[in-house]
Design a binder for this molecule. Structure first.
Ligand code: G3I
Length: 355
């Protein structure tokens, strides 16, 4: 059988960049049954270095944007699964799990939805249909979903959104009832899928994590189907309260909830030449290390996922207008950084190390 040039290039790249015979993140993670994952994009999959690094280092992936409403719903009647399907195919080919992101979010929705002047009844029908169609399409392939993303404000109150109160799906002014409804629909659509609430800025003890905790405690007490919480973990200031993260994960464990670290990145300030300071790369590595350790020390923390893996493809650059960057474990030419080494070391040490 003829092996294509692309495959040879992929094999060559895998060999050189794996440090020849060294262990990879996924090999180390698999010894303890941990999922080590990353957000993935479709266009760069055609780059051998991107594809090889993704398959070599991670045992799970999550489409960064391809499963959002804007990608899946070009118009009211059409579902376009092509991009997301291609990422799922890549995962299956490389024996990786797939985490789905995200079924309900106030942002990144298509214009036809945001500007459609739908009534609450219509929106309710649209969201129910969306959750059902998407989860049924990926049933058996996507094992866990961010059912609701970022529905709370920093101070812990419910965030205004098309799903809550603009005009919402029929529960405006009723606290977290619209979130509950999304979880109930998701469980009906795929009873086997793990269902997560995913949130930013609630990683350690603060008003927002207190509000998440209170909501989930209420959900658990009333039998709302929910399995876990995604702690996003975008770290913008080279500081992370890792004791607070551990305490937060522990209180969620006491509710019987899993935790996934879902969007880890640690962005660095860039100088006018887009360079970072060497000491910042080392501080960044220590933050990665401490967060991975906090997860590994908590038996309910089942996945560690970075938001992309190469600095070549990261949301940070454009969203910070070029003032911050280099947030991920691999640089722009797929060389591993100190952060990679720190994550690898902690995964090698495994779950039982207390530091
Ligand atoms: O799809 C269009 C493409 O057709 C067009 O050519 C291109 C031109 O800019 O834009 C493309 O859309 C972009 C989309 O990502 C898909 O790549 C949007 O402009 C861009 O704003 C969008 O950004 C994403 C953002 O969420 C909004 O959905 C980022 O890639 C993604 O990293 C970011 O991820 C979020 C998580 O979902 C939730 N938590 C926060 C996190 C960071 O903001």
């Amino acid at each position: 059988m003829k092996v294509s040039g692309f495959i040879w290039l992929l094999l060559w790249f895998t060999f050189v960049t794996a440090g020849c015979w060294g262990q990879t993140l996924r090999q180390e993670a698999e010894r303890d049954g941990i999922l080590v994952s990353t957000a993935a994009r479709l266009p760069p999959l055609s780059e051998p270095a991107y594809a090889a690094t993704l398959a070599r280092e991670f045992n799970m992936l999550e489409p960064e944007d391809a499963m959002k409403w804007a990608a899946l719903r070009p118009d009211e009647r059409t579902f376009d699964f092509r991009e997301a399907d291609a990422l799922v195919r890549f995962a299956v080919e490389h024996k990786m799990k797939v985490r789905g992101h995200c079924l309900t979010w106030g942002r990144n929705n298509p214009d036809w939805l945001m500007q459609g002047h739908f009534t609450s009844n219509q929106l309710s029908r649209l969201l129910h249909e969306h959750i059902t169609r998407v989860m049924e399409h990926y049933s058996g392939q996507v094992f866990a979903w961010d059912v609701v993303n970022e529905a709370l404000e920093e101070k812990g109150t419910v965030r205004g959104s098309i799903w809550y109160d603009q005009p919402g799906i029929g529960f405006a002014g009723q606290g977290t009832a619209h979130i509950e409804q999304a979880f109930r629909w998701a469980h009906e659509a795929d009873p086997k899928a793990l269902l997560f609430y995913n949130e930013a800025e609630g990683e350690w003890m603060n008003r927002k994590s207190d509000a998440i905790y209170a909501m989930l405690k209420d959900f658990k007490q009333r039998g709302v189907p929910i399995d876990g919480v995604g702690l996003q973990m975008h770290i913008p200031f080279l500081e992370a309260d890792t004791y607070g993260i551990a305490a937060n994960i522990a209180r969620l464990a006491a509710l019987g909830l899993q935790v996934n670290i879902t969007e880890l990145d640690v962005s660095l300030p860039l100088d006018s030449n887009s360079m970072v300071r060497a000491e910042d790369l080392l501080r960044q590595a220590e933050i990665y290390r401490a967060i991975v350790r906090a997860c590994l020390n908590s038996s309910n923390c089942t996945a560690i996922q970075t938001w992309g893996f190469t600095d070549k493809y990261s949301w940070i650059g454009s969203h910070s207008r070029g003032t911050r960057g280099q947030a991920l474990p691999f640089d722009r030419i797929y060389r591993s950084k100190p952060a990679y080494r720190a994550v690898l070391d902690e995964l090698s040490a495994g779950r039982s190390q207390s530091r």
